[in-house]
Design a protein around this ligand. Structure first.
Ligand code: CU
Length: 494
C-alpha cells in the first residue's frame, strides 16, 4: 500500500515537472502577468480623439505643420502613469489633414534621446522626403521635408522608420494619421465632420503589466511572430467608449500594431460598408460583416446606427486568433476581444444613406508593364529574408526606371501552406493595384489602391504600379519585429 503511494507520488511529480517544462518552453509569455486581461483595471473612458494639427501657412495652396517627437507619460491604466512617446503630446500624434495639389512643408523636431525618422506611409513622394532609414534625425535636430500632394483622398499615416528602432519607437507611441482630402471626398454625401460623424481609430496592442509597465522587450516568440500584446488600445486608451449619432458614422481604422493581424466585427453581427482601402476610395461601397487588417493596413468603413435604440451599446471586436497563423482563415482558436464600445445617442448624423458610387479607379493595364520582378519572402524561425537577403542600407537591391510601370510578383514561401506565417508586404513611395492572389482576382476590398498587402503562407500576389518619384525607397514586411530583423530591401528610381 505504502509502495503504491510512493509510485503514484513519483508519477505525479514527473507529470507536474513535464507540464511546467512544456509551459515554460512553449508559452513564455502566457505564464507571466503580461498575459492578463487588463480591462478589469480600467474604468472605461471616452475615446480620445487626436487633435487636428494646425496649418501654419495662411496660403490656401500651401501648408506648414510642426511636429515634435517627445517623451511623456500616459495614464493608460487607472491611476498609473506609463512611459510613452508622442508627437506634440504624450502618446500618438495629431491628425494632419492636407488637400490634393497642396504644397506641404513639415518641421519635425526630435526631442527624444535617440535618433528617429518620420516616414509618410502611403504617400507618393520622392525618396529624399519619404522619411526612410536614410533620413535619420539626431536628438535636438529638426528635419524639414517638403512635398506636393499628388494622389487622391485617402487615410495615410506617419511613423518612425529608423533602422532596427522602428518596432520600439512605434510601440512606445510614435504614430499619427495623415488625411488627404480632394474634390471627390469633399463632394460625396458621406460623413466628413471630424470627431462628429467621422472618427479615427488607431488600433494597437501592447504587453503591459498591472503596474502600467509597457517597456519594449520582445521575447523569442515576439521576434519570430511579431509582438502580440495583452492590452488593446484604441487611440491610446483601453476599452474606451464613443458616443455616436443615430445615423451613418465613418470610422477610419488603422492597424497600428507591431505584429498582430485583426478580424474586426461588430458584436451585434451588424454589417457595415467599406468605402476606402489604404490608398483611397473604392469605386463602390462594399458590404461586409468582418474586415481583416494586417499591420499598417487601413480601412474606412461606414456603420449605420440609425436602426438602434438611444443608449444601445455595440462593441467593436477582434475575432482573429492569437496563434502564429492568426491571419489564416481558420478561426478555430479565435479569442473574441472587445476593443471599444459605441453608445448610440439621439443626435442626428446628417447622413443616413450610402452613396452607390464613390469614385472611379482607372485600372493599370498589365500589358503596359515593362518588367516583372519577383520577391520571395521567407520566414523560418528568426531567419527573415526577402530574396534570400536581409536589409543592408549600403546595397540597392532593385533599380527601377523613372515612370516605368512594373509588375511585382511577391511570394510568401517559408514552411509552406500549413506551416510558416503570414507577412504584410509594404512598398514605400507608391500606391499599387493588386492584379491577383494566387491567380485569382483580388477580393472587392482589395481592388482599389493599396500600399500594404498580407500574404498567407504559400501565397503569391501580383501587384502593379508606376514609379513616378525619384530616389531610394524601402519595401519590407510590416510586422515591425520582422522589418527590424532585416526583412526589408531597397529600390532606387532614377
Ligand atoms: Cu513578416
Amino acid at each position: 500500500m505504502k509502495k503504491r503511494y510512493i509510485y503514484l507520488s513519483i508519477i505525479a511529480i514527473v507529470l507536474a515537472s513535464v507540464f511546467l517544462l512544456i509551459k515554460y518552453v512553449f508559452s513564455d509569455d502566457e505564464s507571466s502577468a503580461e498575459s492578463g486581461d487588463l480591462s478589469e483595471l480600467v474604468e472605461s473612458k471616452p475615446l480620445p480623439i487626436p487633435p487636428l494639427l494646425e496649418d501654419l501657412d495662411p496660403d490656401p495652396n500651401k501648408s506648414e505643420f510642426h511636429l515634435t517627437a517627445q517623451q511623456g507619460t500616459s495614464e493608460i491604466l487607472d491611476g498609473v502613469e506609463s512611459e510613452t512617446l508622442g508627437y506634440n503630446g504624450n502618446i500618438l500624434g495629431p491628425v494632419i489633414r492636407v488637400h490634393e495639389g497642396e504644397k506641404v512643408k513639415v518641421k519635425m523636431k526630435n526631442n527624444l534621446e535617440e535618433a528617429t525618422t518620420l516616414h509618410w506611409h502611403g504617400l507618393r513622394v520622392d525618396g529624399e522626403n519619404d522619411g526612410g532609414p536614410h533620413s535619420g534625425i539626431m536628438p535636438g535636430e529638426t528635419w524639414e521635408p517638403e512635398f506636393t500632394i499628388e494622389q487622391p483622398a485617402a487615410t495615410l499615416w506617419y511613423h518612425p522608420h529608423m533602422m532596427e528602432k522602428t518596432a520600439k519607437q512605434v510601440y512606445e507611441g510614435l504614430a499619427g494619421l495623415f488625411y488627404i482630402e480632394d474634390e471627390v471626398s469633399e463632394s460625396l454625401a458621406i460623413p466628413k465632420e471630424y470627431g462628429v460623424n467621422d472618427f479615427p481609430l488607431v488600433i494597437q496592442d501592447r504587453k503591459m503589466d498591472a503596474s502600467g509597465n509597457m517597456e519594449y522587450s520582445p521575447n523569442m516568440t515576439d521576434m519570430m511572430r511579431g509582438l502580440y500584446g495583452n492590452a488593446f488600445l484604441v487611440n491610446g486608451a483601453i476599452s474606451p467608449y464613443l458616443e455616436v449619432p443615430k445615423g451613418m458614422v465613418r470610422l477610419r481604422i488603422l492597424n497600428g500594431s507591431n505584429g498582430r493581424t485583426y478580424n474586426f466585427s461588430l458584436d451585434n453581427s451588424q454589417k457595415f460598408y467599406q468605402i476606402a482601402s489604404d490608398g483611397g476610395f473604392s469605386e463602390q461601397p462594399i458590404e461586409m460583416a468582418t474586415i481583416r487588417l494586417s499591420p499598417a493596413e487601413r480601412a474606412e468603413i461606414l456603420v449605420d446606427f440609425s436602426q438602434l435604440e438611444t443608449g444601445e451599446k455595440i462593441s467593436l471586436i477582434n475575432t482573429a486568433s492569437n496563434l502564429v497563423d492568426s491571419a489564416s482563415d481558420s478561426d478555430d482558436d479565435a479569442e473574441i476581444k472587445e476593443l471599444m464600445e459605441f453608445v448610440v445617442t439621439d443626435k442626428e448624423s446628417g447622413v443616413n444613406e450610402i452613396p452607390k458610387q464613390l469614385t472611379e479607379i482607372e485600372p493599370i493595364d498589365p500589358s503596359s508593364a515593362v518588367k516583372t520582378r519577383k520577391f520571395i519572402m521567407e520566414g523560418m524561425g528568426t531567419s527573415l529574408t526577402i530574396n534570400d537577403k536581409t536589409m543592408d542600407m549600403s546595397r540597392i537591391d532593385e533599380e527601377v526606371d523613372l515612370n516605368a510601370t512594373e509588375i511585382w510578383e511577391v511570394s510568401n514561401q517559408g514552411a509552406g501552406k500549413n506551416g510558416g506565417m503570414a507577412h504584410p508586404f509594404h512598398i514605400h513611395g507608391v500606391q499599387f493595384q493588386v492584379l491577383d492572389r494566387d491567380g485569382n482576382p483580388p477580393p472587392a476590398n482589395e481592388s482599389g489602391w493599396k500600399d500594404t498587402v498580407l500574404l498567407q503562407p504559400g501565397e503569391t500576389i501580383r501587384l502593379i504600379t508606376t514609379f513616378k518619384n525619384k530616389g531610394v525607397f524601402m519595401y519590407h514586411c510590416h510586422i515591425l519585429e520582422h522589418e527590424d530583423a532585416g526583412m526589408m530591401g531597397q529600390y532606387e528610381v532614377q
